[in-house]
Write a protein that binds this ligand. Structure first.
Ligand code: HSE
Length: 316
């Protein structure tokens, strides 16, 4: 019986200017694996084994693991569609830190669904799978949003439509941009980081949000990357969330001093990212962040680009 493994990359939710509606996949340029993997093979009874550098931070019992929930939800949908299911043995390689702002739960969810869908010979199409992924992500973070699951699954930079089909649109990429990213090592729960946000926006903020997003999408399609970078500002979450992130303002000031085009919080933090016009500048920012933003031994920095490729499946 075949065994498969799905690798699902880390991602930046929001990308500063697109709260809950914009996301980008991440690939370190040095080839480091920054994403969770799920392996699947035949078994008499269902089992989940969890391993990898951040496995010890997950709940000990397999039943509470999101990957087990993905399996049960996938089987439920299969049965509803009249498709047979069977027991499988899953292994989650937990390579991403939890509560990091790198789309850690999305990465596990996407890897699980992609592995299951491949194993059962692709019963569900892209939008159906994305909807299932968004629902599971919503169970963890407190509300359904696709800004991590979509880029993690499909790669690139994705904009959510709010429709059932297509769930998401792919935006043009600039292969000249490098992203210095840094995880500080502390854990921030997305649900808690959402709780501190106001429940209503004032008119001026709503207008700025809409204008920036419109200009950004136009600028990417027009290939005017300077214009795109000029509107990468977070007017919704950063004013409230940055108080949870020691060293945030200094890190932005340093990044700008060496030519970064934009700086912001990845998802709900604490990971930060700087958009740089060259690899050398991104390396300078990453070195600064390693020295000054990391708070404990779990932290790390990488220079990344946004890969075209999202989740990949390999035969084992
Ligand atoms: N967009 C979400 C938030 C997190 O900022 O709360 C990432 O999915």
């Amino acid at each position: 019986m075949k065994a498969l493994k799905a690798y699902a990359p880390a991602s930046i939710g929001n990308v500063s200017l697109g709260f809950d509606v914009l996301g980008a996949a991440l690939a370190p340029v040095d080839g480091t694996k920054l994403g969770d993997e799920v392996e699947i093979k035949a078994a008499e009874v269902f089992s989940l084994n969890v391993t990898g550098p951040f496995a010890h931070k997950l709940p000990g019992d397999a039943d509470s693991n999101i990957v087990t929930k993905c399996y049960h939800y996938f089987c439920e949908q299969m049965e509803k569609a009249g498709n047979p299911t069977k027991s499988v043995a899953l292994t989650l390689y937990k390579n991403l830190p939890i509560g990091s702002g790198l789309g850690s739960s999305a990465s596990s969810i996407v890897a699980a669904f992609v592995a299951l869908n491949a194993y059962f010979d692709y019963p569900f199409d892209k939008d159906t799978l994305l909807t299932l992924m968004g629902e599971l992500e919503g169970q963890i973070s407190g509300s359904v949003h696709y800004d991590n699951v979509a880029p993690c699954y499909l790669g690139g930079m994705t904009l959510m439509t709010g429709a059932q089909s297509p769930v998401t649109l792919s935006l043009p990429l600039n292969d000249q941009w490098y992203y210095a990213i840094c995880y500080s090592g502390i854990s921030v729960s997305t649900a808690a980081a959402r709780d501190i946000l106001p429940k209503h926006l004032d008119m001026a903020t709503a207008l700025t949000f809409g204008r920036q997003l419109g200009v950004f999408v136009h600028a990417l399609h027009a290939g005017d990357f300077a214009l795109a970078a000029s509107v990468m500002k977070d007017v919704i979450a950063e004013p409230y969330r940055k108080s949870l992130l020691p060293g945030f303002d200094d890190a932005r000031a340093f990044s700008e001093s060496v030519g970064a085009l934009a700086f912001g919080i990845s998802g709900s933090g604490p990971t930060v990212f700087a958009v740089c016009p060259s690899k050398a500048q991104a390396e300078k920012v990453a070195a600064y962040l390693t020295e000054n933003y990391i708070q404990n031994e779990d932290g790390f920095s990488h220079v990344c680009q946004i890969p075209q490729q999202g989740t990949t499946v390999s035969q084992q």
